[in-house]
Design a protein around this ligand. Structure first.
Ligand code: ADP
Ligand code: MG
Length: 687
């Protein structure tokens, strides 16, 4: 019977070969075929020892003359061959015998490794070697070197792969027209070339993974990812959601009495969202806009559409401070219209909480605002039509899902609409992959009157000047933040530093009203401090990064970030976005401790040079790679093994286009392709 790609050829010896292969993620013939070489060794041609280029491993061959054990400079086996000396510091007695016999019989030694000039001429130390007769043929293809694991020799892996290719090569999953359209190699042809490249293959292209064979494999991988997400996208359109008209009385009154004129970008986002909410299918939309671009009011409009239609909305924020700020904003905007806000947070009184929970459970048309408290079991929404997740990247997939589940009503098979908001701009390349299963609205314009924040890089040794600057600003009626350094892997350390920094600054700036806010404070206390700062009663706010997301105090103009070199790029950009909101010029001082590492210097230079969140994100991506954005845990997306979203952007683009076309033309082929690449993980992608 012919072997099939899905078979596992090595039986079930869990502790032996099968276990080792499993450690490499190999369970079937097909997995073997897709276990691709890291690099190649060239044993297809011989190099004369005296002509071997320095530092490059080559295959040489020479007649063995004699072999002996030398004792100086240390004990070693020395093999003298014609024009070549081989040295082995570790050797077996059998090795000495073998070389001696080879010398007697006139055999050749064929050795692979680097050749160096030594006392006796060309020398190799510990080469890979084999004894051959003169007529033994050379390898016909380059020799693949595979990623492997302890106890699994390259030779074994090579044999298994070759066998898998010969007996159970993976079948083609892409229809011919699609292959032609993107000029893709057949999968069998591509895999054969990658495992067994002929000597004339373009080695530079193989090493750079730009060879058409690599392109085909990477395309397949990207396509599988796109397909799984587009399948999820299409599946959602078969689900039902409450259709919310975008033209109710509350909405109309609110839009007529807005506290400011919406920007063009805000109006466009609102139109896109209301159009989705009007559909009887669940919206899944990301609202992306730089810090301060005005996403909150867009969310408020969306929530009003739900209330107008007699449904409930929920707004979930990652921190108590932010949830409280939303609660105040929503109350300020919507309470005059008679809309009820139900706040849920960690530290409210039992009576308040009971009232809020009861409103949700009774199906009253309220807007629930809170932190993770919204997804706790006791929060039961009777009529949730819209789930808004602010700063969505701060939540895990499960939490975002959990909020949406709150509105799932099994009896009517209804799902709520979902609006995710993020100020962390995802670089365009990643957005294409990361958001292939959602729709995206972008606010690419700041409200009028914003001035760019001037950024200064100041060495920590000039702290005195910075204090003088704070005094001057506060004397002029302005307010300032002092952001404490992050202590890596230690929340205790963060807290300790914040307490010390606060004590020190309060002593140094006796004439100012200095306060502290940090993540471990009780919510009520945090709220009191933030409210006092917002009201101008506090002049200098010492803070940990709890203020990083969302906090909006327009009168704050100055921000000092201590040990700025320890912060990530996105974090610095977010922090800086807290100031310069009130029409006065903002200044952000990045205090750094010299000497800076090269990486830290580069990060600070980028924040110094750029104010554009998208550009910063793009450069962050180039510096750190996509892992930071696309961690499997955070996104629910399987990470890519072969393709690189930065280097392979054109391929990702093609895969995205191809995914749509394939789903339309041949859904079965699409399903087969996803199955090949993701197996059951495809379903995990996202819901
Ligand atoms: P973000 O997008 O970072 O969440 P916010 O929604 O907090 O931004 O808005 C930042 C500030 O700008 C808030 O004080 C908000 O009231 C104000 N704002 C939003 N839109 C406008 C606008 N069109 N004109 C003037 N101010 C605006
Ligand atoms: Mg915000």
């Amino acid at each position: 019977m012919k072997a099939r790609p899905g078979d596992a050829p090595w039986g079930n010896d869990r502790r032996g070969l099968a276990a080792k292969l499993a450690r490499l993620g190999i369970r079937t013939h097909a997995d073997l075929a897709f276990h691709l070489p890291l690099r190649y060794e060239d044993e297809t041609a011989l190099t004369a020892p005296e002509r071997a280029p320095p530092g490059t491993p080559v295959l040489v061959q020479a007649r063995v003359r004699r072999a002996e054990v030398a004792l100086r400079p240390r004990r070693q086996l020395v093999v003298h061959a014609e024009g070549l000396v081989l040295r082995f510091l570790n050797f077996y007695p059998g090795q000495l015998r073998a070389f001696r016999r080879a010398a007697d019989e006139g055999l050749l030694v064929r050795a692979y490794g680097e050749v160096r000039g030594g006392f006796f001429g060309a020398e190799m130390v510990h080469p890979r070697w084999r004894l051959v007769r003169a007529d033994e043929p050379l390898a016909a293809t380059l020799t693949p070197v595979y990623p492997t694991t302890a106890g699994l020799a390259q030779g074994v892996l090579r044999k298994l792969v070759a066998q898998a290719l010969a007996e159970a090569a993976p079948e083609e999953t892409l229809p011919a027209p699609l292959r032609q359209r993107y000029r893709l190699w057949g999968i069998g042809e591509a895999l054969r070339l990658l495992h067994q490249p002929p000597p004339e293959a373009d080695r530079a292209a193989l090493a750079a993974r730009t060879h058409p064979a690599w392109q085909r494999v990477k395309f397949d991988e990207l396509l599988a990812q796109q397909l799984s997400m587009r399948i999820a996208y299409r599946a959602r359109l078969t689900r039902r959601a409450p259709a919310l008209g975008g033209d109710g009385p509350l909405l109309r009154r609110f839009l007529a009495t807005l506290p400011f004129r919406l920007t063009r970008a805000q109006r466009r986002a609102i139109a896109e969202i209301l159009a989705d909410l009007g559909q009887p299918h669940p919206m899944q939309r990301l609202l992306q806009g730089d810090v301060g671009s005005g996403k909150t009011i867009v969310a408020a409009v969306a929530c009003l559409a739900a209330v107008d239609a007699g449904w409930q909305a929920a707004v979930m924020a990652p921190t108590e401070i932010l949830a409280e700020q939303h609660r105040r904003k929503f109350a300020e905007w919507l309470a005059p219209l008679g809309v009820r806000i139900a706040a849920l947070h960690g530290e409210q009184s039992a009576a308040e909480r009971r009232a809020a929970l009861a409103a949700l459970e009774n199906g009253e048309p309220v807007i629930a605002i809170g932190t993770h408290a919204l997804i706790e079991a006791r929060a039961r929404f009777a009529r949730l039509a819209l789930a808004v997740v602010d700063e969505q990247h701060r939540f895990g997939v499960r939490q975002r899902l959990a909020l949406r589940r709150k509105g799932e009503r099994a009896s009517e098979a209804l799902l709520p609409h979902q609006l995710m908001m993020s100020a962390t701009p995802i670089p365009r390349t990643l957005a294409m992959t990361y958001y292939a299963d959602v729709d995206v609205s972008v606010i690419d314009e700041l409200p009028p009157g914003r001035r760019p924040v001037a950024t200064r890089l100041v060495a920590a040794s000039r702290r005195g000047e910075v204090l003088a600057r704070i005094r001057a600003a506060c004397a002029a009626g302005e307010q300032a933040y002092w952001v404490c350094p992050v202590i890596e892997h230690s929340r205790e350390g963060d807290l300790q530093t914040a307490l010390e920094t606060h004590a020190r600054l309060a002593a140094e700036l006796k004439e100012l009203r200095v306060a502290l806010v940090h993540g471990r404070m009780p919510a009520a206390e945090k709220q009191a401090v933030m409210a006092a700062f917002a009201a101008g009663r506090i002049q200098l706010l010492v803070a940990t990064t709890v203020i990083e997301v969302g906090v909006d105090v327009p009168a704050a103009t100055l921000m000092v970030i201590e040990h700025a070199e320890r912060f990530g790029l996105a974090q610095l950009h977010q922090l800086r976005g807290r100031i310069g909101r009130g029409g006065r010029d903002g200044v952000c001082i990045l205090l750094y401790a010299a000497p800076l590492s090269a990486a830290a210097r580069e990060r600070l230079r980028i924040v110094y040079e750029s104010h554009d969140g998208f550009e910063i994100a793009q450069r962050d991506l180039a510096l750190r790679g996509p892992g930071e954005y696309l961690g499997e845990r955070q996104s629910g997306l399987p990470l890519l093994r072969f393709a690189d979203l930065v280097a392979d952007e054109p391929l990702a683009r093609a895969a995205r286009e191809a995914a749509e076309a394939l789903l339309d033309a041949d859904p079965e082929a699409a399903a087969r392709h996803v199955e090949r690449w993701l197996g059951t993980r495809g379903e995990l992608a996202r819901a």
